[in-house]
Design a protein around this ligand. Structure first.
Ligand SMILES: [Zn+2]
Length: 425
């Protein structure tokens, strides 16, 4: 299949560039970008004059399992700490998930991500009463939506040793299959404070044996370190869990030495400012975070424009000296991370890269230029402008609607799944 997109304003984010150009695409890969490309032999020609085209976005840390959470029963008593909030809210939700709930959550969350211009998701999944086959179920749902995905199951001892072991085992079939260009698997672990030495070591061993990284929450709240009683990073290193290519979500309560150690290990950090504010866990020491820093939503939808904007405002309030360019780099660094996991080149509209791109309705205003694109991403652009999305050279969203998915039927299924979920909670 050969496609030609004509006359769009191409916005590359990393490094920033702005130019009207045609884009030719064959078999999922961008063949050429430039003016007046030859339309001969193209199966489909799309005129994007006046539209803006940019690489599809990545969300570096999310929880699709929470996609049916809005409207669920709240805490039954005043929340006394972050750990208590997990017990009263989130662990009640994940325990109530059954196979249908897992699948419906992934479909609903996947469609929301696509509509927000996200074409690659890094998911961290938990469903302690529906563990076996859960990653395959999410993989299948995201295949229907058409997103690239990096999956894991969040192993934890919080529901006993059997479920911890089942969580480790949940990764095996997909790890044996190996990464495809659509799906990669990391080894998931919840957080140090719900993992015994033995269980965290088992996660690290599986990751080492299969050559993948760990995906784990680290120091999201003070409870994590306080419950463990030693430096979380020292502990992870001691247990073989501080591996290159690993993803440490949050890192709110770490000191500079610990953050340096993460960088030295070749691991990545994801920052989720909206979630951190929502949970009142404190502000991450982002000024100390290195180049391998990414942005995620932590399950608060998948709107990366909103996440970037909040990251900026919160940092301004806190006096963090990061420029708009530095913040844009934290959004686009996930192209390198996700590309490495999946074995594909994504995040650039240029010859040789995968055709993962989004088309936005223009936002009339001052000239858009390479030198003001970072500021525009924070102050001007938004998910509401996303009209079309293409993944691997195939249109997956057109005029705001996901292709191949009956959203009315999905809404019916999701409502029924949510009612069941909430009643079990
Ligand atoms: Zn999380």
């Amino acid at each position: 299949m050969k496609r030609l997109l004509q006359n769009g304003l191409v916005l590359n984010l990393s490094p920033p560039s702005v130019a009207v150009a045609d884009i030719s695409i064959a078999d999922g890969t961008i063949e050429a970008v430039g003016p007046d490309l030859d339309a001969d032999g193209c199966d489909e020609i799309t005129d994007l004059a006046g539209k803006w085209v940019m690489p599809g976005l990545c969300c570096a840390h999310t929880h699709l399992y929470s996609a049916l959470a809005c409207g669920m029963p709240g805490p039954t008593a005043p929340v006394s700490s972050f750990a208590n909030m997990l017990e009263q809210v989130w662990w009640r939700l994940d325990k109530a998930l059954d196979d249908q709930g897992v699948e419906a959550s992934a479909l609903v969350g996947g469609v929301a991500a696509l509509r927000a211009g996200v074409t690659t998701l890094v998911d961290h999944h938990a469903s302690p009463n529906a563990i076996a086959g859960s990653l395959e179920r999410i993989d299948g749902a995201l295949d229907v939506v058409g997103l690239r995905r990096i999956l894991c199951y969040e192993v934890s001892d919080r529901d006993g040793p059997e479920r911890a072991l089942a969580g480790v085992d949940a990764h095996r079939a997909l790890l044996e299959r190996g990464a495809t260009q659509s799906t990669a698997v990391m080894v998931g672990a919840h957080a140090n404070f719900t993992l015994s030495d033995e269980t965290l070591r088992a996660c690290a061993r599986l990751a080492t044996d299969t050559g993948v990284g760990l995906h784990i929450h680290v120091a999201e709240a003070r409870d994590d370190r306080e419950a463990v009683g030693e430096s979380l990073i020292a502990r992870m290193a001691r247990l073989g869990a501080l591996r290159p290519g690993s993803l440490l979500a949050h890192c709110v309560h770490l000191d500079d030495d610990e953050i340096a150690r993460i960088a030295d290990a070749g691991a990545w950090v994801s920052h989720q400012p909206r979630s951190n504010m929502n949970n009142a866990v404190g502000y991450a020491p982002v000024a100390s975070f290195g180049e391998r820093t990414m942005l995620g939503t932590d399950g608060i939808g998948a709107d990366m424009f909103a996440e970037l904007q909040t990251a900026w405002f919160k940092a301004q309030e806190q006096g963090v000296p990061w420029s708009p360019d530095r913040w844009l780099a934290s959004l686009t660094s996930s192209y390198e991370f996700c590309g490495q996991q999946l074995g594909v080149k994504i995040g650039r509209i240029e010859a040789g890269a995968k055709a993962d791109l989004i088309v936005l309705a223009p936002c009339p205003g001052p000239p858009l230029r390479a030198e003001n694109l970072a500021a525009a991403m924070i102050f001007r652009l938004g998910a509401g402008q996303v009209r079309h999305a293409m993944v691997d050279g195939e249109w997956r969203l057109w005029a705001g609607d996901p292709l191949g998915i009956d959203t009315i039927e999905l809404d019916r299924t999701a409502q029924a799944a949510a009612e069941g979920l909430w009643s079990r909670m």
